[in-house]
Design a protein around this ligand. Sequence first.
Ligand code: GUN
Length: 295
Amino acid sequence: MPAELIDGKVIAAGVRAEVAGEVATLKASGIVPKLAVVLVGDDPASAVYVAAKGRACVEVGMAESTIRLPATTSQGELMQLLDSLNADSTVHGILVQSPFPSQIDCSAVIRRIDPAKDVDGFHPVNVGKLMAGERDGFVPCTPAGIQELLRASNVATRGLDCVIVGRSNIVGKPMAALMVQDGPVANCTVTVCHRYTRDLAVHTRRADILITAVGRPGLITADMVKPGAAVLDVGITRIPDPTRKSGTRLVGDVDFDAVREVAGLITPVPGGVGPMTIAMLLRNTVRAAQRLATA
Ligand code: GUN
C-alpha cells in the first residue's frame, strides 16, 4: 500500500487560521502584530520568498513592512537599519532574508537583531534556548513546521529513531535539537548525517522518521527507506521537465514515486514542508507580539 501523503497545505492553513484568531485578539487590545522583512540585493528566489512572506502577513491580518536595499548596501547601513527596527515598538518581528551579498557578515547581522524580535530563531540566544530546552525562545520555522506536520499526522515519536540528512543551521541542526529534547513530538534517538557520513544508507534504513534537507534530487532512493517510515522532504530543486508548459518542475531530495511505495507517511514537493515554513513564521511573529505586549 502506498504511503499516506502529509498535506502541508491543509496543515499550514490550520496554523494560519489559528494565528489569524490570535491576531484578532491582539488587535482588540490595540496591538497590531508587525513583521519587518529586509531584503538586500536582487536574488530572484529571495524576492519571491519575501513577497510570499509579506502576503501571508496581510492574509492573517498582521502588518508588514518589506525593506528592499540595493546589493551595494554596506554592513554599517544594514546595522543602522536593524538598530532602528529593534528600537521601533510597532515592529514585533524582524527577518533578514538570506543569502546576503558577499560584503555582508551574515553572523554579525543575525547577532544584531534583538533576540526578542528574532522570529527566524537564528540569533545565538535563541539557538542556545532551543539547545537548553527552554521554551521561551524562537524555534527556526522549517524545523518547527516539520514538528507540526508530525503532530498533525499523530506520529507517536517517543523512542523512535529520527535520522536527519543535512546539518545546516537553518534546518538540520535545529531539527536535531527539537527531536532529541524531552517533550511532545520529540524524545527521539537522533542521528545527523552530512557529506562526510561514510554510509548514508546504513543510517537512513534505520530511520522511523527520515528528514532530508540537502537539495540533491534523487538522493534518497526506495532501498534507503525502512518500510512504514515517515519521510519528510525539505529539499526543493527546480529541474528541467519538457512535459511541463513551464519546462521545469520542483522536486525534493526523495525519489518520491518509488519511496512512496515503501514509506508509511510522506510529504510531497511542493505542498509538503514548504507551506509550513511561512505558517510558522506567522506563528513566531504573533508570539513575539504577545510576549512584547506582556513584557
Ligand atoms: N533563506 C532561506 N530560508 C530562510 C529563512 O528561513 N529565513 C531567512 N531569513 N532567510 C532564508
